[in-house]
Design a protein. Structure first.
Length: 491
């Protein structure tokens, strides 16, 4: 059967026609409230197929899958953002046929049948899309989903509007969507319960009180890092350490953040970390021990960052526990690990110690001692050998510095008169040339010719009158080449 298409309008003053049709804008603005719902329902007649079916507005799903998804997506945004978005789309996409369902001629009858001609069929599809769009906006505004919606007939414009009959459901898709929505709701409720427990532990403290409880303020256990974790916090720490911690960056970061969030209990947390790192039971894998070592390294790095109270206490605690930790790792490597696992553990230890060296967080001698403990070397002999090496290097540096000082003293004490007056090279200082005038004054020495005057004396003790230079006659050619021609030109 044929039916009238709802009017398309974006005016805020638009009113529904007498036949009950209404625009998407009006639907989003005039939805029935809870206060009026009971009265409206009481005044509405119950749907009677024999009486209302002929006049009802039936909604059909678009036959094209792409059009179905496209119109549904647009309707979801219109239901959320309102008539402003619908108006903008109409203004911008008025000439785009993809958005033809937003506007159209309401006088063309809509039908559930195909009609006679191709034009009639196309017009029928367009009008069915407009009806589907308006129902979709209303359904989303009422809380329906993409694949699940209310299927009972309803009156959109109350109290004298026409009944709308929604399309039938894909029950499998609706079931999946409802299960996903239920699971999401359960997750939200679970998070609310967790927040309630946390609030109960903190007795609904203010933000400033929470910060004081976390970091401490003034004198007290929290400010000194000796506060204790609550039972709930201990449970959370054990879950993060024993169940979630692995070589993943996110897992390590989560536990590290917990350590600094609870830095008021830095001493207790440091002791818990020490026990975990020294745990060498067969049930503790090498990968777990490596993950715990990386956690220790990350805590050490961030303990140097400013702005976190008691963070420095982790640095001191790690320095105390590190020798025992690396010695325990070395025993694990030598006693229980295969070759591949041994290399993995060795590489992890080397990477951590190399990072600590680059951070300059500890003395290099202390880091060398840690690696010696991991290797299982005699620590006492290693320290003695290291002390001898350092002492020898110190003596060599002292001797070198003393020799340098002596040379400087000799250079300072050497009188100018002790310097030979006759230059031996091409350059000499004015101060070392005896009887020489400077700064433009005439030189009184008649034997010394300057600036183009002939030099009668020989230089460097070599006579200038000989034809030979360095034992070679000057008449000979140089490098065996004739001097008659240069670059092919006769001289």
């Amino acid at each position: 059967q044929e039916q009238d298409e709802p009017r398309t309008t974006v005016s805020k003053k638009a009113k529904p026609r007498e036949d009950g049709h209404i625009s998407a804008e009006k639907m989003s603005q005039d939805l029935p409230t809870k206060a009026k719902s009971s009265t409206a329902k009481a005044s509405l007649p119950k749907y009677d197929p024999e009486e209302h079916y002929a006049d009802a507005i039936r909604v059909f799903l678009p036959s094209d899958e792409y059009r179905l998804k496209f119109i549904t997506t647009v309707a979801s945004f219109i239901a959320k953002d309102g008539s402003i978005l619908e108006r903008k789309l109409i203004e911008k996409e008025s000439s785009n046929p993809k958005f033809s369902f937003l506007t159209g001629d309401a006088s063309v009858p809509a039908s559930g049948t195909n009609g006679g001609t191709e034009a009639d069929r196309r017009n029928s599809e367009e009008i069915n899309e407009r009806i589907f769009y308006r129902w979709r906006v209303y359904a989303f505004a009422q809380g329906d989903g993409f694949d699940s919606w209310r299927t009972e007939p309803f009156v959109m414009v109350q109290p004298h509007g026409r009944f709308w009959i929604p399309p039938s459901l894909d029950h499998e898709a609706a079931r999946r969507e409802e299960e996903a929505a239920k699971k999401k709701e359960e997750d939200i409720l679970a998070k609310i319960e967790v927040r309630k427990k946390l609030a109960g532990k903190k007795d609904f403290m203010t933000g400033r009180q929470l910060e004081h409880a976390k970091y401490g303020s003034g004198a007290g256990p929290s400010s000194e890092g000796v506060a204790k974790l609550t039972e709930f916090e201990m449970e959370e720490f054990n879950i993060l350490l024993k169940e979630k911690l692995c070589a993943s960056r996110d897992a390590i970061c989560e536990l590290m953040a917990f350590c600094f969030d609870k830095s008021g209990a830095a001493k207790q947390i440091s002791e818990l970390l020490r026990e975990a790192l020294l745990d060498d039971r067969p049930s503790v894998s090498v990968d777990t021990r490596i993950a715990r070592l990386f956690l220790l390294s990350d805590v050490l790095f961030n303990s140097q960052q400013p702005g976190v109270r008691n963070a420095f206490r982790y640095r001191d605690a790690i320095e105390k526990m590190a020798p025992a930790v690396f010695e325990s790792l070395g025993r694990h490597e030598k006693g229980k690990a295969g070759r591949m696992t041994m290399n993995k553990l060795r590489n992890a230890v080397s990477a951590v110690l190399s990072a600590w060296t680059n951070w300059s967080v500890y003395n290099p001698m202390f880091l060398d001692e840690l690696y010696a403990r991991f290797e299982g070397k005699d620590v006492a002999a290693f320290k003695e050998k290291q002390a001898e090496r350092v002492g020898k290097e110190t003596e060599e540096e002292s001797a070198a510095d003393g020799a340098h000082d002596i040379k400087e003293d000799e250079a300072v004490e050497t009188p100018a008169a002790a310097v030979v007056g006759k230059p031996t090279g091409g350059w000499s200082n004015a101060e070392i040339i005896a009887g020489e005038d400077v700064d433009g004054e005439p030189i009184e020495n008649e034997d010394g010719d300057v600036d183009g005057e002939e030099l009668e004396d020989d230089v460097d003790g070599e006579p200038l009158e000989d034809d030979a230079h360095d034992g070679e006659p000057l008449d000979e050619d140089i490098d065996g080449e004739a001097l008659d021609d240069v670059d092919g030109e006769p001289l």
